[in-house]
Design a protein around this ligand. Structure first.
Ligand SMILES: Nc1ncnc2c1ncn2[C@@H]1O[C@H](COP(=O)(O)OP(=O)(O)O)[C@@H](O)[C@H]1O
Ligand SMILES: [Mg+2]
Length: 111
């Protein structure tokens, strides 16, 4: 595949420094995964990636969201996160806690 540059690239890169969590939503096949994969390759830091298409990971995320988020080190991309909406309230709690202690370690990119 020849990668075609997207206008969202620049915006997304600027958001990465500003926000702890970024959610990308949109219809299927519009290029969400491709965009995130491209950007994670161009940044010079290690970014972990999981996809909840994986049934084992999906069950882990649904059954024990707290453990799931502790197990997978950030910066983390969670693809197909809609399969485990249970993650969202835990992401909110972690983000709030980090904000309160003025730490900015969490980096999650979910889509
Ligand atoms: N920037 C791009 N340049 C070229 N092909 C792309 C680009 N973005 C997506 N595609 C192609 O479009 C298809 C759908 O992209 P994908 O990232 O899987 O969409 P989504 O994750 O939104 O469902 C894939 O076959 C992919 O190769
Ligand atoms: Mg996708």
């Amino acid at each position: 595949m020849t990668y075609i540059s997207r206008t969202m690239e620049e915006k997304l890169i600027s958001m990465i420094d500003k926000y702890q969590v970024i959610m990308i939503t949109g219809p299927r096949q519009v290029g969400k995964s491709t965009l995130l994969n491209y950007i994670s390759r161009t940044l010079d830091k290690k970014i972990n990636k999981v996809t909840l298409d994986d049934l084992m990971l999906r069950n882990q995320a649904k059954n024990d969201p707290e453990l799931f988020l502790r197990t997978h080190e950030t910066p983390l991309i969670i693809d197909e996160f809609q399969y485990a909406p249970e993650l969202l309230s835990y992401i909110k709690m972690i983000t709030k806690k980090l904000y309160l202690v003025k730490k900015s370690k969490l980096k999650l990119y979910i889509f």
